[in-house]
Design a protein around this ligand. Structure first.
Ligand code: URA
Length: 255
């Protein structure tokens, strides 16, 4: 039968023949019923009786991030769950996840903003010009990422055209940052720039906040100018130097 209409017409004809006393269906040509498809034609269900199509379930990316981050028991696992997280748009435009660099377990953990072009290429935070300045700043107070500093960013994917991350992007990645800090076990957080202050301290205004010790994620936190800002405004390096000395004193237990 080709259509539902043919089916209903044929059924009506059959019922009429049965009423007339027909008991066997015999055609002119034998039918091999084993060779017939075994699908019965489906009766058409009126639209008002059909089940409503299922709506795709709404996903809360922050809840997904929280649960994924909580399940990570090591830095390697954290990297894996972040790499598998599909709810942040930034991932689509980035080449790869930029997780961390330096020495896990170091007393100092630096939190930058987001990878730029060089970091996106290499898969490591702070490897471009700003990163080279950061390394010189750290060296000035005897710190070195290969020995006693651990570095990550608020966002692990490069934003397109290096635009500022959106508040919802920061919010959805924060559970991963919190878990990152817990697993890396630093003594001190250094938050560099406004985006990092926003993510870690919930405050903006780096010019006012820099050098002011604060507390977040159960740790002492010192906000500092971002090295990319210092490249553009070298006259601000004096304040950055003061903050570095303050950090050094803190690490020696002198403040
Ligand atoms: N700026 C950042 O905040 N992080 C990087 O990794 C590179 C530049």
């Amino acid at each position: 039968m080709e259509s539902a209409k043919d089916y209903h017409t044929a059924q009506a004809l059959l019922e009429w023949q049965i009423e007339l006393g027909a008991t066997d269906a015999i055609g002119d040509v034998p039918v091999d019923r084993y060779a017939l498809p075994d699908t019965a034609p489906k009766a058409k269900i009126p639209a008002h009786r059909q089940a409503a199509p299922e709506k795709p379930a709404q996903v809360d990316p922050v809840a997904v991030a929280k649960s994924a981050a909580k399940g990570a028991g090591s830095l390697d696992q954290l990297r894996a769950v972040m790499d598998a997280f599909e709810h942040c748009e930034l991932k689509r435009g980035a080449r790869q996840l930029v997780f961390a660099d330096g020495t896990p377990g170091a007393r100092v953990m630096i939190v930058g903003e987001a990878p730029g072009r060089d970091e996106d290429r290499e898969g490591k935070p702070f490897v471009g010009r700003a990163g080279q300045l950061l390394d010189r700043m750290l060296a000035a107070i005897d710190l070195d990422r290969t020995q006693n500093v651990y570095i990550t960013n608020v966002l692990p994917w490069r934003p397109p055209q290096n635009r500022d991350p959106k508040p919802e992007e920061i919010g959805m990645m924060k559970p991963f940052l919190e878990r990152h800090v817990t697993l890396a076990k630093p003594d001190v957080l250094v938050v560099m720039g406004n985006i990092s202050c926003q993510a870690v301290l919930g405050k903006r205004g780096i010019t006012r906040l820099r050098g002011q010790w604060d507390q977040a994620m159960d740790l002492p936190v010192i906000p500092m100018f971002h090295p990319a800002y210092l490249l553009r405004q070298p006259q601000m390096k004096r304040q950055a130097w003061a903050d570095l000395l303050d950090l050094k004193a803190h690490l020696k237990g002198n403040r």
